[in-house]
Design a protein around this ligand. Structure first.
Ligand code: PSV
Ligand code: MN
Ligand code: MN
Length: 391
């Protein structure tokens, strides 16, 4: 059973929790079939940051925003950083983009053509310059590289090219900067992807050194994959650097974190709590990577932050002693019951109390709707220059 006396530590852990929101989630997005534009979405990186600041103001636990280059390219990153700081926001991970250029049809860093590999690698280096200017510590790589047909290119040579580009970027990192290497099973490549799974990412990170870690995007696995196993394994190896949280049912659906399978999110967060890896000092960057195609963006991002927070609260309520004792005793049903007890606890009153103690509204989504912010941005950003996924 959950002891009330334990709640002081639970609340302290929840107060320290940090979730990073993605700039692109605030912009227009869609599928390859249709983008349904929404009024009031940001037109510039500054407006995306302003929306992120609103999410932080209401939730209290989202103080940084990830940028995607070139979607968020500006002339003066120092000025952009100051703008963010004035709103109480840090610039988080810098995401590279080597997937939206004609040149990358056959790959970016693994392309058979040296000129294109050079161009892609230069973009990775440019992102480190941006980190220097913004104070960002995380450089996130996701490579769409892969092939569609057997024999199209040499699988092994592509790994060599990938390793060479990663090495060049790694060697350019400052002391407190690191690489987060994301993997994805398929799409846009349909036969073989060059970084398809956590094992490939992990092996490259080990080869690179201590400043390279794996990023787990929860939408990037085959159906049925046990993601919490990957979390536990990478934590044990000291190689888990970040999450891209989102919800998926079929493939890379990018829906609100915790939407389709809140139990999976709980199981992931339990492995984090089990390893004492929740506190920001441990170094995991808990990011969202989503797009909101049919729902209002800012409330959807708030909902996602709250979903991660709820899953975390439940994970923090697991009675570790009882669980470990049951495991030691071979008590299969007892151990499972301890975990389910925590998962089935309604943590919403606890989180409402936590917010009130922090001077926040207990219901951040209701507070957003009351705030007038949505009406304000719809009126202010009415010139049809809304940024979209890719702009
Ligand atoms: C790729 O599917 C991905 O998850 C990567 O993180 C990209 O940078 C992001 O989505 C862009 O939407
Ligand atoms: Mn991602
Ligand atoms: Mn994705």
């Amino acid at each position: 059973m959950i002891l009330l006396s334990d709640l002081t530590a639970v609340k302290a852990a929840l107060r320290a929790q940090r979730i990073e929101t993605p700039s692109w989630a605030y912009a227009n997005s869609g599928t390859r079939f249709k983008v349904f534009p929404q009024p009031g979405v940001p037109r510039t990186p500054e407006e995306k940051i302003a929306d992120a600041a609103k999410v932080h103001e209401l939730t209290g636990i989202a103080p940084s925003v990830a940028l995607h280059i070139p979607w968020d390219r500006v002339d003066d990153y120092g000025a952009l950083t100051k703008y963010a700081h004035d709103l109480g926001i840090e610039i988080g991970a810098i995401n590279t983009n080597v997937f939206q250029d004609e040149d990358y049809k056959l790959g970016s860093v693994t392309n058979p053509a040296p000129r294109i590999r050079r161009k892609a690698t230069d973009h990775l280096l440019e992102a480190i310059d941006i980190m220097d200017a913004t104070g960002s510590k995380d450089l996130k790589f996701w490579f769409s590289d892969g092939i569609n047909y057997p024999g199209q290119d040499d699988l092994r040579s592509r790994q060599d090219r990938l390793a060479a580009a990663l090495r060049e970027a790694y060697d350019r990192l400052g002391d407190d900067q690191r690489i987060l290497l994301e993997y994805k099973l398929f799409e846009p490549a349909f036969y073989a992807t060059d970084v398809p799974d956590w094992g490939t990412s992990y092996a490259h990170c080990v080869e690179l050194g201590p400043k390279a870690t794996v990023c787990i995007d929860t939408g990037h696995h085959a159906p049925g994959t046990n993601i919490e196993f990957i979390v536990a394994f990478l934590l044990r190896q000291g190689k888990l650097g970040a999450f891209d949280f989102n919800s998926r049912f079929y493939a890379d659906d990018d829906l609100m974190a915790g939407a389709a399978d809140p139990f999976q999110l709980f199981r992931i967060m339990w492995e984090i709590v089990r390893a004492d890896a929740l506190d920001p000092s441990y170094g995991i960057n808990f990011m969202l990577d989503q797009c909101h195609n049919i729902e209002a963006k800012i409330p959807a991002i708030i909902r996602s932050v709250l979903n991660v927070q709820e899953a975390t609260a439940k994970a923090l309520l697991v009675d570790k002693e009882a669980l470990f004792a049951a495991q030691q005793n071979g008590d299969v049903l007892g151990a499972n019951a301890v975990l389910m007890d925590a998962y089935n606890t309604d943590v919403r009153p606890l989180l409402a109390e936590l917010r009130e103690e922090a001077g926040l509204d207990p219901d951040p989504i209701a507070a957003y709707h009351r705030s007038g912010y949505q009406e304000k941005i719809v009126a202010e950003r009415a010139d049809g220059r809304q940024a979209g996924w890719g702009a």
